[in-house]
Design a protein around this ligand. Structure first.
Ligand SMILES: Nc1ncnc2c1ncn2[C@@H]1O[C@H](COP(=O)(O)OP(=O)(O)OP(=O)(O)O)[C@@H](O)[C@H]1O
Ligand SMILES: [Mg+2]
Length: 306
């Protein structure tokens, strides 16, 4: 089984990301929020998001061959697809029964206030539609399962497709996916690793991930130190200081950076991944990575071996 997976991995450059709960997000920069009063921001914009979409965008900007599979419903679902097509991000819709959610974000230089509307509750039929859409798109070298999901079967079903996985989600099925498949990267943030692994210490949490079989176990903590572990090597890495503009999707950008750099010397891959996360924090969008800027930033990142 493993050798067959490795063979498929070697032959196919494509990475598939799955987004079970996408969103059209509307962003308004404001200088001061006054509850109960009307606000008239002078600018605003909207974009398609969701963790898998964010990772797909970041991978696309890094020059990777990526396909975003997105569970979409109703007019807002069509809007998500149209927006991704406008960005030239390869996308395939998996139609589901409910209406795709909307989000609303206010931000003022790093201070982010979010309202994320309710997404559709996936039915068993919806799960089959997503699995069928991914299956039709195979072969792929990696399947990225990232972001919220509200059906216990979806991620385990996808992890049974014999494609190496990246796991970045907070759902009880995380453990099942980690134990039952070939996992290249497992990356909860610190709060997620508390709830998924009952472990607050990123050093021990990253060890739990690799002991469970992940090739890379990574636990991030926003602008605090992250821990990266692979094989018998581990590092604590403090993010570079950047002017944080919109620190959402930093984990998705870090995952994309590590995927992109996975064939490098491990310490170089870690530095590049950290640079991608920090670069994302310094920019208003999500996953709009400038590869050259990330490479330059990576040169300044210090790794403390553990
Ligand atoms: N304010 C910041 N300044 C510099 N780097 C940051 C900042 N916030 C995040 N990063 C970088 O991004 C990485 C991932 O951040 P974080 O822990 O917030 O991920 P996350 O919670 O998974 O994010 P998301 O799920 O929104 O993508 C950090 O390890 C760091 O490299
Ligand atoms: Mg995350």
């Amino acid at each position: 089984m493993v050798s067959r997976i490795k063979c498929v991995y070697a032959q196919n450059p494509m990475i598939i990301t799955v987004t079970a709960n996408p969103m059209v997000e509307h962003v308004f920069p404001v200088s001061r929020i006054t509850p109960g009063r009307p606000h008239h921001p002078s600018e605003g914009w909207a974009f398609a998001t969701g963790k898998g979409i964010n990772a797909a965008r970041a991978l696309h900007h890094l020059g990777e061959d990526v396909l975003a599979v997105v569970a979409t419903g109703g007019d807002r679902g069509r809007e998500v697809i149209r927006r991704l097509e406008d960005e030239s991000i390869p996308v395939r819709a998996a139609p589901v029964s409910g209406e795709t959610r909307a989000g609303f974000v206010l931000y003022d230089r790093g201070e982010v206030t979010t309202f994320y509307g309710p997404g559709p509750t996936l039915t068993q039929e919806d799960v089959e539609a997503v699995v069928a859409t991914v299956t039709q798109a195979l072969p792929a070298r990696l399947l990225v399962l990232a972001g919220s999901v509200n059906h216990a079967d979806l991620y385990p079903r996808l992890s049974g497709l014999e494609v190496p996985l990246v796991l970045d989600f907070n759902h009880p099925s995380f453990q099942e996916c980690l134990a039952g498949a070939e996992v290249r990267l497992a990356k909860p943030n610190r709060a997620e690793s508390r709830s998924l692994l009952a472990e607050d210490d990123p050093v021990r949490a990253s060890a739990l991930l690799t002991e469970a079989g992940a090739q890379w176990g990574v636990v991030t903590d926003g602008d605090g130190p992250a821990v990266f572990r692979t094989g018998n090597q581990a590092w604590r890495v403090t993010p570079p200081v950047v002017e944080a503009v919109h620190p959402v999707g930093c984990g998705d950008s870090l995952c994309a950076g590590l995927i992109h750099a996975m064939d490098r010397d491990p310490a170089d891959a870690v530095a590049f991944a950290m640079a991608c996360g920090a670069h994302n924090a310094s920019r208003p969008g999500i996953g709009h990575l400038d590869r050259a800027a990330c490479e330059a930033l990576a040169k300044h990142i210090q790794l403390d071996p553990l």
